[in-house]
Design a protein around this ligand. Sequence first.
Ligand code: HEM
Length: 531
Amino acid sequence: MNPAEDLENSTARPSSQLILAICISGVTGLLLMMMVKIFGRKDDSTNSPPGPSRLPVIGHLHLLSRLAHQSLVDLSLKHGPIMMLQLGSIRTLVISSPDMAMEILKSQDHIFASRPASVIGDIFLHCSNDLLMAPLGDHWRFMRRTCVTELFSPKRVAEFSERRRVETLRTVKRMLEEGQEGNDEVEIDHNMKAHAFNILTQVLFRKSYHGQKAGADGEAQEFHVLMQEFTSIGFFVVGEFLPWLRRLRIDVGGIEAKLRNLSTKFDSFLRKLIEDHRHKMFIRQNNEIEDFVDVLLSLQNEAGDGKSMTDDQIIALLQNLLIAGSDSEANTLVWIMTELMRNPEIREKLQRDVDAVVGQERLVEEADLVNLPYLQCVVKESLRLHPTAPLLVPHASVSATKVAGYDIPEKTQVFVNVYAIQRDSRVWENALVFNPERFMDSQEGSFQGQNFKFLPFGSGRRICVGMNLALVTVEYTLALLLQTCTFSLPQGMHPQDVSVEESYGSTLSRAHPLKVLVRPRISSKLIDKDL
Ligand code: HEM
């Protein structure tokens, strides 16, 4: 099937904020036209990539639905794999083919590895101090180098395997208990979210905030409230696209105020955590490393090595890692489970594989994952069809350049639509069929970003810094779930009824929670013994 046909069934609609923006623009059209003349950015290039015709002021904003990646697939089928859009005041290059992705992320990575300036980055993500939204430059290089060498090296990731094992066993136990209460359906989304957060907060600062006793703990409550506020805000800041609104101090929906407020609360939560760690390290009187905050504080103690971060930088980084790491892992696991419920024969084959390699007398361990190649293919195939960052994180050009013969000005925002590339029937055979076998005996599924048909973690300088941690977490969780639990659909529901309707917040998630029946598959003694 062709990607455009797939989109015909989409329920994507323009967001209410967009409609509001369009209404404001309509009512005050004349005034806006004058303002755009005064303030608006003109496309001064005569040799710009193709694109649809645009409206005054809002440009092409009205062409994007809430599922922007899907609207962009549609547009690229009409206008080609390199397309220029004007999203309000933001000039945006949209890339939708492997060749063009290679040009941006490899050949001209030195030009396109920056991030666009953004209101959200500024207000919420501390982008002058952070990693995720920091522009290309010395600060970003310093943060990235420290993360790669000190936090996400294979050695460091392996050091936390015991924490992951315990948290994953707790998750399995919790899901089995939920599943045994009568005939209760277990919500996979909620459980995977809690699980991903617990693993991440264990690695970052040795805490689990979700699960058994979390409710009784004040700090856990504070964390829950923060994350709830974070997910409910909706990150569409109209003033990002129509900056004259900001100049007139109009904050549509009060989103900027909410972001500022949340940022202050996040800040004080994380600052307190850092102080607690500093205090405990002082009491221990050694540099024993128990989590990422310990690592970063111990670097502060080794003065003069050029690796140490300030407290503000540590706070910005922790916030980045919580935001970039939790939902992406959780949603990856939810999409895998979705595909396994739609494809029971693949689920059963996976379980047979785990049994053949591990048996039922002991629990699967991270060390077993190398012997489970089919499981790795299932993860790849799910990330191909359901990349949790379908447009990557926006890139931006640091200087003017040419791509495919077109002029691309400095400070152009770039979306690489990996969703379009990974579902393109010109690139993949039977592109919309879930077929993990396609990755067996093939180099196409490398996560390193050298194959521009398959980019779930991006490529080049900005490739996901947490990839090692993400992959081991996802693969191990999947292996243990399949070994210990039997999954089935509620009575009367058929595999093809399992919806793949999407929703897009900070990452690509399911529109509706996945609910399944969960029953034990091995003796509970094995799980309890290991906890
Ligand atoms: C399955 C899970 C994950 C997926 C699919 C994923 C995917 C991505 C993608 C597509 C990008 C953007 C690449 C680009 O801009 O070209 C990214 C960036 C990033 N990811 Fe991940 N990610 C995952 C898990 C994690 C985890 C667990 C962490 C950390 C705890 C993390 C931290 C980051 C950071 C900090 C960046 C920004 C890097 C930079 O700008 O230099 N991610 N990730």
